[in-house]
Design a protein around this ligand. Structure first.
Ligand code: URA
Length: 247
């Protein structure tokens, strides 16, 4: 694993901040000053300012995201982020994003491999949204949501749409494009008033109040892994990684 990724996994800093520590010569690997292109093997000893660092294990957290917090690791405008809400010893980051006003199930992890797979269109897991619109969609409009609507970044894949009551619809999609649900409803002539993600793959926010989080059960992690390894996994994109470098 590249040194900056190792430092991020160890909970030391984000990858970008880790690069700064490396450039400043503060990180050593087996006593040698680390470089941006240094790769770390399992048995290597990594130190920061001469202090040996212990690598953290993988962590998986399910947050019931409340409204009014942003889904980034840090916000330049200083708004509260989902990461601020999760007081976990490992540096976990969100998988995908929910808009600031969206509530519901959000997975955070330091497992880059699983995150990458979950975000890959080939493996997109079911995402179930409870949507409330300002005006009531009719049955033909729900059918259009099911078959696919044209968005400015291309048509949407088949989805499930089910009326819960008048203007309350449950929409299940498998993609994860930016503002996808709101844009799908706009495409059929309705603005979204409230949006809640009730399920992400096998994970629901049952038992969690908005703002509360919990660790995943090992069986839940296994189910997420299975959902992303039904076929051969997609190639991992690691910026700058040349084919001849060690893994
Ligand atoms: N689709 C949206 O429009 N917003 C979200 O937060 C999630 C999905």
């Amino acid at each position: 694993m590249r040194l900056n990724a190792w430092l991020a996994r160890a909970g030391v800093a984000s990858r970008r901040k880790a690069d700064e520590l490396i450039k400043a010569g503060r990180v050593t690997v087996n006593g040698e000053v680390g470089q941006l292109n240094t790769f770390v093997q399992k048995t290597d000893e990594v130190s920061l300012d001469g202090e040996p660092l212990a690598k953290q294990g993988l962590a998986y957290v399910l947050l019931h995201k409340p409204a009014g917090v942003v889904t980034t690791a840090s916000d330049p405008q200083g708004r509260r982020t989902v990461v601020d809400l999760v007081d976990h010893p490992s540096r976990v980051v969100p998988v995908g994003r929910l808009d600031a006003d969206t509530t519901g199930a959000l997975l955070l992890t330091n497992d880059g491999e699983l995150s990458h797979h979950l975000a890959h269109p080939k493996y997109e897991v079911d995402k179930v949204y409870e949507v409330e619109t300002w005006t009531q969609p009719n049955d033909a409009e729900l059918e259009r949501l099911r078959t696919g609507v044209q968005l400015d970044d291309g048509p949407t894949s088949p989805a499930d749409a089910r009326r819960l009551a008048g203007a309350r619809i449950e929409l299940t999609i498998h993609e994860g494009r930016n503002r996808q649900v709101k844009r799908m409803f706009e495409a059929v002539g309705h603005r979204v008033k409230a949006l809640h993600r009730s399920r992400y793959g096998p994970l629901t926010v049952e038992g969690l109040e908005p703002g509360q989080w919990r660790e995943l059960e090992p069986s839940e992690v296994e189910r997420l892994r299975l959902a992303t390894t039904r076929d051969s996994p997609p190639p991992r994109r690691e910026p700058g990684r040349a084919g001849s470098e060690p893994a």
